[in-house]
Design a protein around this ligand. Structure first.
Ligand code: PEP
Ligand code: MN
Length: 347
């Protein structure tokens, strides 16, 4: 994973017939000028992001190099995650499961790992219904310090057992840089929760890790702030990032948060990263989870992350919004159909 110092200033678009040698030549000239180059070889064209001092870059006769079609300034504040720099959609693969482009991720599992059987029962149910990954919180960000805070490392052990039994990769949240080693050892995808979206030290920490990151939008964060948060991760070298819309704070009180599906469409324009939706935390009650999920698939999301519990009425956290495990198979079938209409298969 390359670490980028400074922000890309220029986008160099190679012509459709440009050769590898021509691209390498441009990269070599950039490096001679003290700049870094980020090459993305897309299906249609190759683009090079030039990272370096604006003045030194401006002095290079880049437009004259053979194979170069166009040199454009990179105007957006986010660079590495911008679609401009990487026109093809990124597909993130985890243990054979894929999210992005034509693959729709179906991530499901309990809000929180409460005890072994609760998690294993859920894992079996969602695996047999075709989920692609298992979610489950070990470290929980709770509004009240007096509520259950998660089982911590003990929960990680349960999640490993669930993975062993079902084969499902694990998505679990990292809240504290002091837990990086433990969480990274178990997680296949590291979740950064909504409340930590702008915890820049934590973002940099996961940027240095060789595991994909699921970055949730803060309830009060704009789309641009979400993209800048992703940029913090990518800047450290980890560009395997999945963005997640999970609802924002508005004046509306009939749902737990307001699910901003417009953000999904905007994000799909602005970034090459996969974008998924969490209908559960947005809805706050299970009756809304299916309609929100249908809408997410229809707006072009690359997946959903849904809370499921064997007995939601007994859940220690977020009971009202968790789908009963027994109903998950039917839910998954509905989503599979809508994803198929959008040209996607469950990855
Ligand atoms: C979660 O997914 O467990 C969670 C706490 O969600 P959020 O960070 O979106 O509130
Ligand atoms: Mn929850």
């Amino acid at each position: 994973m390359a670490v980028y110092n400074g922000s890309p200033e220029l986008l160099i678009v190679m012509g459709p017939g440009a050769t590898l040698e021509q691209t390498e030549h441009v990269v070599a000239r950039l490096e001679e000028a003290g700049a870094q180059a980020r090459v993305s070889a897309g299906r249609e064209v190759t683009v090079i992001g030039a990272i370096g001092e604006r003045e030194r870059l401006a002095a290079l006769p880049i437009e004259g190099y053979s194979g170069v079609e166009q040199v454009l300034p990179l105007l957006k504040p986010y660079k590495l995650v911008a679609r401009e720099l990487n026109p093809d959609a990124t597909v993130i693969e985890v243990a054979g499961r894929r999210i992005g482009d034509s693959y729709f991720g179906l991530i499901a599992g309990p809000c929180t790992v409460e005890y072994r059987e609760q998690t294993l029962e859920t894992a079996r149910a969602v695996a047999s219904a075709g989920a692609t990954m298992l979610r489950g919180g070990a470290f929980k960000p709770r509004t009240s310090p007096y509520t259950f805070q998660g089982l911590g490392v003990e929960a990680l052990e349960v999640l490993r057992e669930a993975r062993e039994e079902t084969g499902l990769p694990i998505v679990t949240e990292l809240m504290d840089p002091r837990h990086v080693e433990d969480v990274v050892e178990t997680a296949d995808v590291i979740q950064i929760g909504a409340r930590n979206m702008q915890n820049f030290l934590l973002l940099a920490e996961v940027g240095r890790v060789d595991k994909p990151v699921l970055l949730k939008r803060g309830p009060s964060a704009s789309v641009e702030e979400l993209l800048m948060a992703a940029e913090y991760v990518a800047k450290e070298g980890n560009d395997r990032i999945i963005l997640c819309e999970r609802g924002i704070k508005t004046f509306e009180t009939t749902t737990r948060y307001t699910l901003d599906l417009g953000s999904v469409a905007v994000l799909k324009e602005e970034t090459h990263l996969p974008v998924i939706v969490d209908p559960s935390h947005a809805a706050g009650r299970r009756q809304l989870v299916l309609p929100f999920s249908r809408a997410a698939a229809a707006v072009g999301a690359d997946g959903i992350i849904v809370e499921v519990h064997p007995r939601p009425e007994e859940a220690l956290c977020d009971g009202p919004q968790q789908l009963p495990a027994a109903e998950f198979a039917q839910f998954a079938d509905e989503i599979r159909h809508i994803a198929a209409l959008m040209g996607r298969e469950i990855g």
